[in-house]
Design a protein around this ligand. Structure first.
Ligand code: NAD
Length: 360
């Protein structure tokens, strides 16, 4: 088992990310549990696979479970309220623990429920998708969607522990697995050119889900994320790097309609757009632009805006993004493989002209 210790420079908080196989055991969770109840949040797809083995780790506790329907469309205020209602009904107290068992959707909504009930309760993230193992379970961002945009309502709420059991990847649908790889490629472009080359050399083992390649990949990607969030828990500086590909990606995801594209697929398109945008501005070399798009293509991830989307709609969605004023957009752009730049004043017109060229 690999252990990553995540300590924050600016907060009095630290926690462990445990990465390995067969981790659903008492001793893995024991130190992070307080109170006398655990409240497991999962969904109708993940629960039949992993709820029972996970529950066996909590035999000394009163266990409550709540299953949401499966899908991004249920990551809403309405379902958050249903979840809180159930937590209140079973008498959950502040020192009890919420357990999020599932992908990023469950992690985000369960984390937000834990952040808000009783003015904040402990949450343990148990991610079961590749995206959630390497990205959403680490760093404490929790949220639900609003019809006007993704993740607009939420809170920073760090988990007390992350238990990343990579055996859960064996049941993950192929498309979901591939979508998770885009966040891993993103991490390598942001901070680790050597890891980028490693990914490039290990494409076939990664696609075949071979271990120890997978464990190493998850650990390295998690470490990059942990190192960045440790410096900037509340995204006032370098944490924004992690939004590489996300400003374009969120807009594409929103305009395509939730569910048409997976989050990771929208991010891979967003990364390619951010790379092309900066290449055209001469901020990224042609060689690195091609390396980035080529690696995304090797994993079978999309790199182009889907047909039918309009540049004007994409721009409106980008303006609504939490980080953007109406006149200027903030974009995270790759400066080279292994380094990004935060560009806080990109004019809306420049981005719209660029998008028009990508669509026509
Ligand atoms: N909080 C953050 O920092 C952060 C970061 C990135 C993404 N996100 C959020 O994460 C969400 C996307 O997460 P996701 O890609 O994990 O999607 P997801 O949670 O919807 O899971 C994808 C699908 O896989 C199923 N599934 C999960 N684990 C499985 C398993 N082991 N075996 C079989 N099926 C399994 C789920 O039921 C679902 O159908 C988005 O809502 C996004 O906004 C949050």
């Amino acid at each position: 088992m690999k252990i990553i210790d995540l300590s924050f420079e600016t907060e009095l908080s630290h926690y462990k990310i445990l990465i390995g196989k067969d981790l659903f055991k008492k001793e893995i969770f024991a130190d992070a549990l307080t109170g006398d109840s655990v409240f497991i949040v999962s969904n109708e797809t993940v629960a039949p696979l992993y709820l029972e083995p996970l529950t066996s780790a909590f035999s000394d506790y009163k266990v409550h479970t709540y299953l949401l329907p499966d899908g991004e469309e249920y990551k809403t205020l309405e379902y958050w309220q249903c979840l809180l209602g159930e937590m209140i009904k079973v008498g959950l107290r502040r020192n009890d623990t919420v357990i999020a068992l599932g992908g990023g959707v469950i992690g985000d909504i369960a984390g937000f429920a834990a952040a808000t009930l009783n003015r904040g309760m402990s949450v343990i993230q148990v991610p079961t998708t590749l995206l959630s193992l390497v990205d959403s379970s680490v760093g404490g961002k929790t949220a639900v969607n609003h019809p006007l945009g993704k993740n607009l309502i939420g809170a920073f709420h760090q988990p007390s522990l992350v238990v990343s059991d990579i055996s859960t990847l064996s049941s993950l649908p192929r498309r979901q697995y591939l979508a998770g790889i885009s966040e891993i490629i993103k991490a390598s472009i942001i901070a680790d050119s050597e890891f980028f080359e490693w990914l490039n050399s290990n494409v076939s083992s990664i696609l075949a889900l071979k271990d120890p390649t997978i464990s190493e990949m998850v650990e390295r990607a998690c470490r990059i994320k942990a190192d960045i969030v440790a410096l900037d828990a509340k995204e006032s500086g370098v944490r924004a790097w992690l939004n590489l590909g996300h400003t374009f990606g969120h807009a594409i995801e929103t305009c395509a309609g939730y569910g048409a594209l997976l989050h990771g697929e929208a991010v891979s398109i967003g990364i390619c757009l951010a790379a092309k945008f900066n290449y055209e501005r001469q901020g990224l070399s042609k060689a690195d632009y091609e390396k980035i798009t080529c690696l995304i293509d090797k994993f079978g991830l999309p790199g182009k805006i889907p047909t039918g989307l309009k540049s004007s709609e994409l721009i409106s969605a980008m303006r609504l993004d939490k980080k953007n004023s109406s006149e200027m957009l903030t974009l995270i752009l790759p400066a080279k493989v292994g380094r990004v730049m935060i560009n806080k004043a990109v004019s809306v017109d420049e981005v719209e002209n660029f998008l028009i060229k990508q669509i026509d």
